[in-house]
Design a protein around this ligand. Sequence first.
Ligand code: UP5
Ligand code: MG
Length: 190
Amino acid sequence: ESVKQKRVVFVVGGPGSGKGTQCDLISRDFGVPFFSTGDLIRSLIASGCPEGKQLQDIILQGQIIPSEVTVGLLQKAMASATSDTVLIDGFPRNTENRTVWQSQVGYDCELVLLFDCPEEVMVERLRRRAEGRADDNEETIKKRVQNFKSQMAPVLDYYRAIGKVTTISTDRPVDDIYSELSSLWRQRFA
Ligand code: UP5
Ligand code: MG
């Protein structure tokens, strides 16, 4: 099934770097549909699908679920979006995600927004978050951070080499980050 080409912005950054918080704000103010890959996966598991147990195990290990699953969820979500610009939070997570996206979707993102935040700040935010996420425990948090560092490095190298990465420092209050992000958004996409 072919989906009309959209302007896709990937928002990436370590666990707790503030991706969801900022994407919500952009989505609210600019009317851009926003898809959190993690939320899509959690809903799929909650729906009681046959592969749910296996997916939940992967999440608890802080590992990355198979690209075909993720890209399939994103394609389905994007197909229902009427806007020609979409925000995707938390994808890609590794090189395999990136290449499967390219072959399955058929075109690449326009921009990668990298949320840059010190590890200890991210970890502290996740420790404090009390939303009952199964992966917000010390053990899993450690693995999420580790996997982000090791698996995203080659993805970021790839996108930097083609000039698609914009880095935003997220070790500051939500409003400060958003004032930079929203003006960037206004310049490029509004
Ligand atoms: N907070 C936010 N901004 C703040 C600020 N500026 N100052 C102080 N506090 C701030 O924020 C995290 C917490 O910090 C919140 O309590 C918030 O209020 C506060 P949030 O905006 O939720 O940060 P975010 O970067 O979205 O953190 P999240 O935990 O969602 O990041 P992850 O990347 O770990 O989670 P995600 O849901 O994307 O993925 C979960 C798992 O799913 C992955 O580990 C992986 O196993 C799997 N997955 C895949 O396999 N493939 C995918 O493509 C995607 C996910
Ligand atoms: Mg999130």
